[in-house]
Design a protein around this ligand. Structure first.
Ligand SMILES: Cc1cc2nc3c(=O)[nH]c(=O)nc-3n(C[C@H](O)[C@H](O)[C@H](O)COP(=O)(O)OP(=O)(O)OC[C@H]3O[C@@H](n4cnc5c(N)ncnc54)[C@H](O)[C@@H]3O)c2cc1C
Length: 530
């Protein structure tokens, strides 16, 4: 059996960063096992967000279970399946989160995770085009730039937000998140900055890193209460690899709890119901799922040329391709939203509680991101820190079957109240006077959805996830957690988890940057013997 010092399962946002740092010393022998392929022809393009959202080779294409709180719909749950993981297919929006998020983690008992502790890691990983000022990083592996696209619609949206009483903010990843902003994106000179590109490409030249792709880890190898390796299936064949020091699960918020359960680690009733021997009872595995439910409002626009529904259709699309190839700009270089807003639904709040994505086009089908045939725009909104807790558990001992994802979206009254308030704030901005020259009718949901009950019911029937499932292997010290503050699995030796699943609460924003930070921090802990 092949033997390594460390085995990392999953080459996504966290796993790739961890592999890069752990092999920096040139000595530690690391095996990185990734279920997906090395790459995809679209994976360096920012627009791969739309192109790979439903692609079976680069995307796990999970679905949630039908739940009454979201009108018994199955909601698509895309997750990246290739080197770079979800950072290879995501919407490229770069958000560190609020300082308060990490102070809350520390306050919950996770010493070492306060903002003061993690801020140097965010700086270390960044190569921000305006960085190097002691607040933002420069020279790190991850290229981050502000959206350069210019559009009179953006100017009108900024003016409308200010008219509605909100402020502009030059750097939402700096001291203060609040305000309407130009998006900072994991894009550099028009190309996607996935962790495959930024972290793995340079690390794969190192003799002490071995990467195996298209290899699905089916379960962990446990000897008593010690994890000693992994079993993975490649080309139909099951192989084993041994870790002399540690295995680190970085398979993401959906798959890390699945792998634990398939290995006999988790809630005894769930394991037994699936015919799996209980090797280590750990009731919090798969619990504490949180995600952002995203409600969108869409308008027709009176001014066709400001909308990418027109700018990127027919012959104009050829123009956009030429523009992209010549300058790295235009529609094909945009993140999923060129403008964001981080706002408070109640003035007494200390920090923003909703995030909006302002998008210069309208879509027909959010599942496939098909563009509308007429000029339009979209503003989506989610509650930054949802309270509702769901779960992810296996529903079969077969590793090739997806686990059951139950979001329990809108289960908590605060979440319902905040989503309705955020929905109304979107309308306040879009209906402000500076938008008059641009805005035509609101075609979705449209007039007729006005009362709180109507809005909530519409959100239940139409909203999708914003693709940020976290918390299913929660970090903490009590029975409601899976890993300790050093990311070690409670009660087992030789096993850590480092990915979005460990977040004790939701970071206030999109989750790629926090996951990369978690990979960076795991590397420091392992290297320092923590
Ligand atoms: C469509 C989409 C859009 C998004 N948009 C944004 C955005 O604009 N901004 C932002 O900040 N965040 C965004 N996110 C979220 C963000 O990308 C993720 O939170 C983050 O990448 C998760 O990192 P991770 O390391 O936890 O997991 P992932 O990056 O998902 O990595 C997990 C890796 O493990 C592999 N894996 C899983 N199971 C196994 C197994 N059994 N064996 C071997 N390998 C396995 C997977 O294939 C994957 O490569 C988006 C996500 C998606 C899916």
């Amino acid at each position: 059996m092949a033997s390594f010092d460390y085995i990392i399962v999953g080459a996504g946002s966290a796993g790739a960063a961890l592999a890069y740092r752990l092999t920096e010393d040139g000595k530690s022998r690391v095996l990185l096992v990734e279920a997906g392929p090395a790459s995809h022809p679209y994976s360096r393009l920012p627009i791969s967000f739309g192109l790979l959202i439903d692609n079976p080779t680069a995307n796990w294409r999970f679905q949630s279970e039908p739940e009454p709180g979201t009108a018994n719909r199955r909601i698509p749950v895309p997750r990246g399946k290739m080197l770079g993981g979800s950072s290879s297919i995501n919407g490229l929006v770069y958000v560190r989160g609020q300082h308060l998020d990490y102070d809350t983690w520390a306050q919950l008992g996770n010493r070492g995770w306060s903002w003061q502790d993690v801020e140097p890691l965010f700086r270390r990983m960044e190569n921000y085009e305006k960085g190097g000022d002691g607040v933002r990083g420069s020279g790190g592996p991850l290229g981050v730039s502000e959206v350069g696209d210019q559009n009179p619609l953006y100017d009108a949206l900024f003016a409308a937000a200010v008219a509605a009483g909100y402020k502009r903010n030059p750097d939402y990843n700096g001291a203060d998140q609040e305000g309407i902003v130009k998006t900072q994106a994991t894009i550099w000179r028009g190309r996607r900055m996935s962790t495959a590109h930024c972290y793995l490409r340079p690390a794969m030249g190192r003799a002490n890193l071995q990467v195996i792709t298209e290899a699905v880890t089916e379960h962990l190898l446990l000897e008593g209460k010690k994890c000693v390796g992994v079993a993975y299936r490649r080309d139909g064949q099951l192989s084993e690899a041994r870790a002399e020091r540690e295995v680190v699960l970085c398979a993401g918020g959906v798959s890390s709890p699945q792998i634990l359960e398939l290995s006999g680690v988790g809630r005894p009733d769930i394991l037994q119901a699936n015919g799996i021997e209980v090797r280590h009872a750990l009731p919090a595995v798969g619990e504490n799922l949180r995600d952002h439910i995203n409600a969108r409002i869409q308008w027709r626009l009176k001014v066709p040329h400001v909308s990418y529904n027109v700018k990127a259709r027919g012959i104009n699309l050829v123009g956009q391709v030429i523009k992209y190839l010549a300058t790295g700009g235009g529609f094909l270089s945009l993140p999923s939203a060129p403008l964001l807003a981080f706002l408070k639904t109640r003035p007494e709040l200390a920090t923003p509680d909703v995030q909006m994505h302002l998008v210069p086009y309208a879509i027909k089908d959010p599942k496939r991101r098909k563009l509308q045939d007429f000029p339009g725009m979209t503003i989506g909104c989610y509650q930054l820190r949802p309270e509702s807790l769901g779960s992810i558990h296996i529903q079969s001992p077969d590793p090739s079957l997806q686990p059951a994802i139950r979001f329990n979206f809108l289960g908590d009254p605060l979440d319902r109240q905040t989503m309705v308030a955020g929905f109304r704030m979107i309308r306040r901005i879009a209906n402000a006077a500076p938008m008059d020259p641009f805005r035509d009718d609101e075609f979705s949901p449209g007039t007729g959805i006005e009362s709180d009950d109507e809005i909530l019911s519409w959100i239940r029937q139409n909203s999708e996830t914003a693709y940020h499932p976290i918390g299913t292997c929660r970090m903490g010290s009590g029975p409601n957690s899976v890993v300790d503050r050093n990311l070690k699995v409670h009660g087992l030796e030789g096993l850590r988890i480092a990915d979005g699943s460990i977040c004790p609460t939701m970071p206030s924003g999109n989750t790629n940057a926090p996951c990369i930070m978690i990979g960076e921090k795991a590397a420091d802990m392992i290297r320092s013997g923590g």
